[in-house]
Design a protein around this ligand. Structure first.
Ligand SMILES: Nc1nc2c(c(=O)[nH]1)N[C@H]1C(S)=C(S)[C@@H](COP(=O)(O)OP(=O)(O)OC[C@H]3O[C@@H](n4cnc5c(N)ncnc54)[C@H](O)[C@@H]3O)O[C@H]1N2
Ligand code: MOO
Length: 414
């Protein structure tokens, strides 16, 4: 009988991250495809942002030394105009938001702050600061600077800046090819007929959709039957994938063949067994360049493990330079117990800064409903046995992409 080598959660996480091969292949994609992609090159500012001095308000542009006076309006400047300086002493421009401010004006006053506004003249207030509502060329980004660094994950904000730079093609890391595999003779696909003695496959669709929510594309490639030979053959066909995530068949039962089937395919196990609840039988390893994540079959465990462990590892493999989970602090609503002696991953619901543990932390890892009742998880160190009411704890939100660059030991609560 195979003996598990239980690692602490932190050690398992470290070891997996250390051995996770980072995607090397790149591809050029267009702007509309870049959301969630990871940049494989630094992006340099091509065009100053803004690229000309301009007004932040609808109002009047003038030379600051003329403040407090009634000025004649020498002309009106609209966004898109390319004006030349024409101001004489005692004059100002009427100007619209975003329009160019010519070199002979340095301050803008919003129209509502002026008095005696007529078609030809306006009285500028005395107490206006030099440079008010004036957006200088290059204020936000200067041409030649680094706009984004290699390893940044593209968000809508990045896309806004790329668009503002007229950058329509970027070099990114190719998306990881992730195969999701389920296991067990008792498993029927949701579109098949399942008797009362059989169960529907929840894990494959849970894991693929969960990863999709984090911006990865994972494909469900099928279910492995409970047979060593068939498992070996099934796995041997998946070697071109960057990652294989399996659920089930990884514990100590007579039908748990996956560890051996992976080994027979050359898998080098990094660990098989983590001192964590849930998720104890988890195995991870490297089959040549394919990273193997064998998750326990219990559906709640499979999902929790995917969030907690797979997502940061995949983020690193995808080339992301911020791959640790980030956390928020929350106040614990009600005292609850955890099982000391190993790390505990606890589901809960975060609302307005308060974390309420799901079902008083009494649910089974074979369940599914507690996941839907939760929107966050918290990890507690093996020394913790009780979490007190009003205690401040670190929470990892579901669907929140890893964004921490610094390592904070799995963000456990101690
Ligand atoms: N002697 C021991 N027994 C068990 C241990 C142990 O350390 N020693 N660990 C327990 C823990 S913890 C877990 S978790 C389970 C995990 O076992 P497996 O990874 O081998 O998973 P299976 O036995 O294949 O399945 C467990 C459970 O989950 C159901 N399942 C599996 N796949 C799916 C799927 N795709 N969709 C829905 N449900 C699925 C399966 O029918 C079982 O009910 O082992 C404990 N035992
Ligand atoms: O990993 Mo298991 O889910 O603790 O029952």
């Amino acid at each position: 009988m195979k003996k598990f080598t239980f690692l602490s959660l932190t050690k398992a996480y470290d070891l997996a991250l250390k051995n996770a091969p980072v995607q090397q292949s790149t591809q050029v994609i267009t702007l509309g495809q870049t959301l969630h992609a990871v940049l494989a090159e630094d992006i340099i500012v091509k065009k100053n942002l803004p690229s000309f001095d301009n007004s932040a308000m609808d109002g009047f542009a003038f030379k600051h030394c003329e403040r407090g006076k009634t000025l004649n309006i020498a002309g009106t400047i609209f966004a898109g105009d390319v004006p030349s300086p024409i101001l004489k002493k005692g004059e100002c421009y009427k100007i619209m938001t975003g329009a160019q401010v010519p070199g002979d004006a340095d301050t803008v006053v919003p129209i509502e702050d002026c008095t005696k506004v007529t078609e030809n003249s306006v009285t500028i207030p005395e107490n206006i600061k030099e440079g008010n509502a004036f957006r200088p060329k290059g204020e936000e980004q200067k041409a030649g600077n680094i706009l984004f660094k290699k390893g940044e994950r593209v968000t809508a904000g990045h896309i806004a800046l790329l668009s503002a730079q007229g950058i329509i093609a970027t070099t990114v890391y190719k998306p990881l090819q992730i195969a999701v595999v389920s296991s067990g003779d008792e498993i029927k696909e949701p579109w098949e007929e399942a008797s009362e003695d059989e169960i529907y496959n929840a894990n494959a669709f849970a894991v693929t959709s969960l990863l999709k929510g984090y911006g990865f594309s994972a494909s469900y490639v099928g279910s492995v039957p409970d047979s060593l030979e068939k498992s070996i053959s099934f796995i041997s066909k998946l070697k071109s994938y960057d990652v294989i995530i399996t659920t089930g068949g990884i514990s100590m039962g007579d039908a748990d063949f996956l560890s051996e089937a992976f080994s027979k395919n050359g898998n080098r196990e990094l660990f098989h067994g983590i001192d964590v609840k849930p998720g104890r039988p988890t195995m991870m390893g490297l089959m040549d360049n394919t990273f193997v994540m064998a998750m326990p079959g219990n559906p709640l465990t499979a999902m929790v493990n995917t969030i907690l462990l797979s997502v940061p590892i995949l983020a690193k493999m995808q080339g992301n330079n911020r791959y640790h989970h980030s956390y928020v602090y929350a106040k614990n609503c009600k005292t609850f117990q955890t099982r000391p002696g190993r790390a505990n991953v606890v589901l809960g619901h975060l609302h307005e800064g308060v974390f309420t543990v799901t079902r008083n932390n009494k649910y089974g890892s074979g369940m599914l409903t507690p996941i839907v009742e939760s929107n966050a998880l918290a990890v507690f160190d093996q020394s913790v046995s009780v979490v007190e009411e009003n205690q401040m704890i670190k929470i990892i939100l579901f669907d929140s992409f890893p964004a921490a660059a610094t390592y904070d030991s799995m963000n456990t609560n101690t």
